[in-house]
Design a protein around this ligand. Structure first.
Ligand SMILES: N[C@@H](CCC(=O)N[C@@H](CS)C(=O)NCC(=O)O)C(=O)O
Length: 227
């Protein structure tokens, strides 16, 4: 049996969880938050998620985990057979991570912990996000899925990557990611209708209060150490 390590409010955790649920691969969930020493033993960079395979190897980095799952559990494939089409799926995933998730993540402390962020940082983030939405506008087909008529890893990855720009955009940048790309809002609503998305979202909601309490405690501790 596989074990997925992390917590249900994590968008990266949910990418991997969605793939496992979509494919019907049985797995256990082990609740662990960033900053807990046991996480570093599982994930060298201390990041959520990590995955322990059926033979006991533990791996980390969400994109590595979903590629592993795709190769080890090929039923209900989430990558096309054609190498060029596979590369196109990976291209969307990479661009979504680099130009949408990671820049938006820089504004998370402002939203989660009220930590002030300078206008210069906001401007830099917004420029990168504009690159991300322009790239997605060029690459995404939404017919009806991101890369065409088959649901792929790009759909699952993009859904959870978008959680961060969706969260920080309105309050920090007075900007909304969904209308920035034609067809994105409709695709996002279509994804949300999926039974797996509903289960992942429900688990996320159920974990949110505990996660926020953990973040509050961790930040309070950090502030005390600063003093
Ligand atoms: N590149 C990593 C990023 C994972 C990541 O940033 N996870 C967050 C939770 S959503 C985390 O563990 N943050 C704690 C930290 O950065 O120390 C992946 O794709 O798995």
């Amino acid at each position: 049996m596989l074990t997925l390590h992390g917590f249900s409010s994590s968008n990266y955790y949910n990418i991997v969880k969605h793939c496992l649920l979509h494919k019907g691969v049985p797995f256990d969930e082990h609740l662990v938050y960033p900053g807990m020493p046991e996480l570093v033993a599982l994930s060298p960079a201390g990041k959520v998620p990590a995955l322990t395979t059926a033979s006991g190897t533990t791996l980390s980095e969400s994109s590595v985990l979903i590629e592993y799952i795709e190769e080890a559990y090929p039923d209900k494939p989430l990558l096309p057979k054609d190498p060029e089409q596979r590369a196109q799926v990976r291209q969307v995933m990479k661009m979504a991570e680099l130009y949408l998730e990671l820049p938006a993540r820089r504004l998370l402390p402002a939203v989660l912990g009220n930590v002030p962020v300078s206008d210069a940082v906001k401007k830099e983030v917004r420029l990168t996000l504009d690159k991300g939405t322009a790239s997605l506008g060029q690459l995404a087909r939404f017919k009806p899925w991101v890369c065409g008529d088959e649901l792929s890893l790009a759909d699952i990855y993009l859904r959870y990557v978008l959680a961060i720009p969706k969260l920080v955009g309105p309050s920090q940048l007075q900007w909304d990611v969904l209308p920035a790309v034609p067809g994105l809002a409709e695709w996002d609503a279509r994804m949300a209708e999926d039974a797996v998305s509903k289960q992942v979202d429900a688990d996320q909601q159920a974990n949110m209060k505990e996660f926020m309490a953990y973040v509050g405690k961790a930040m309070g501790g950090a502030k005390q150490e600063d003093n």
